[in-house]
Design a protein around this ligand. Structure first.
Ligand SMILES: C[S@@+](CC[C@H](N)C(=O)[O-])C[C@H]1O[C@@H](n2cnc3c(N)ncnc32)[C@H](O)[C@@H]1O
Length: 238
């Protein structure tokens, strides 16, 4: 009772002194509540079924991060998950990590996620623990390292030995030197023949350049998918 009274007094003071902060607090609490409720329903869907239309869109809405992937790409990830096997590599973390991570957990597969931003890595680890996904999904601290032609994740903390049959390539951020090109020179040998690489934001100029360089230098062909924010599916052929 005393705690509740103190809380109300604190809220009243915040409302008087800084009304914007209170609005923000309620907006983010509301979003978190909605996300949790819809995610609980998502978790009930068997791993060989796609979520009903609009469910992912609502999860993205309540995750409320303007950098998030959109429904088309996330549905693509779920479809390709069922066409591949073994551990999965993700470059850059966010809502995709949670939604794909839950499917990986259902299927007994591991998701290894490179994340360059220490604060974002902490936030994602907290979210994974909250949703009890931290046994199947691992956020790897991977600062960006500059080389002459590109910057890319330092993969020193990524456990050795795994070969990946699927890569979620939605990082590093688009403004990074060389964009997402570094995947192939740094980790190409750890991608299986036939590996499915799903590159988000693929109609941006930087990603088009990356796709052209992968094709020229590594013979990787791709297909563009989606209408609203197209992504590329590239298959490693040798
Ligand atoms: C495009 S985001 C990855 C998004 C993830 N696949 C998703 O759908 O949520 C790539 C990287 O941007 C960074 N990032 C995510 N949200 C951000 C934000 N709101 N502002 C700045 N950087 C952000 C993180 O380091 C993340 O790994």
């Amino acid at each position: 009772m005393i705690e509740a009274a103190k809380r109300i007094r604190r809220m009243a003071r915040t409302l008087v002194e800084s009304p914007g902060r209170l609005t923000e607090y309620y907006r983010s609490s509301f979003n978190a509540y909605q996300f949790q409720a819809i995610f609980a329903k998502y978790k009930q869907i068997p791993p060989n079924q796609l979520p009903p239309d609009g469910m992912i869109e609502r999860l993205v809405e309540y995750w409320a991060n303007s950098w998030s992937a959109k429904e088309e790409y996330i549905v693509g990830l779920l479809m390709h998950l069922n066409q591949t096997s073994g551990p999965i590599l993700e470059c850059g973390s966010g809502i995709t990590t949670l939604l794909l991570g839950h499917r990986c957990q259902q299927l007994g597969r591991k998701l290894w996620v490179l994340e360059h931003h220490p604060g974002w890595a902490t936030r994602m680890r907290t979210a994974l623990a909250k949703h009890k996904l931290d046994q199947s999904v691992h956020i790897i601290d991977a600062p960006l390292v500059n080389s002459e032609h590109y910057s890319w994740y330092d993969v020193g903390n990524l456990p050795e030995g795994d070969i990946y049959n699927m890569v979620v390539c939605d990082g590093p951020p688009g403004h990074t030197h060389g964009g997402r090109y570094g995947l192939m020179p740094v980790l190409g040998e750890r991608l299986s023949v036939g590996c499915h690489i799903l590159l988000d934001d693929a109609s941006r100029l930087g990603e088009q350049e990356v796709l052209a360089r992968w094709e020229d230098e590594y013979g990787i062909k791709h297909e563009m998918i989606g209408q609203l924010k197209p992504y590329a599916v590239a298959i490693k052929s040798n």
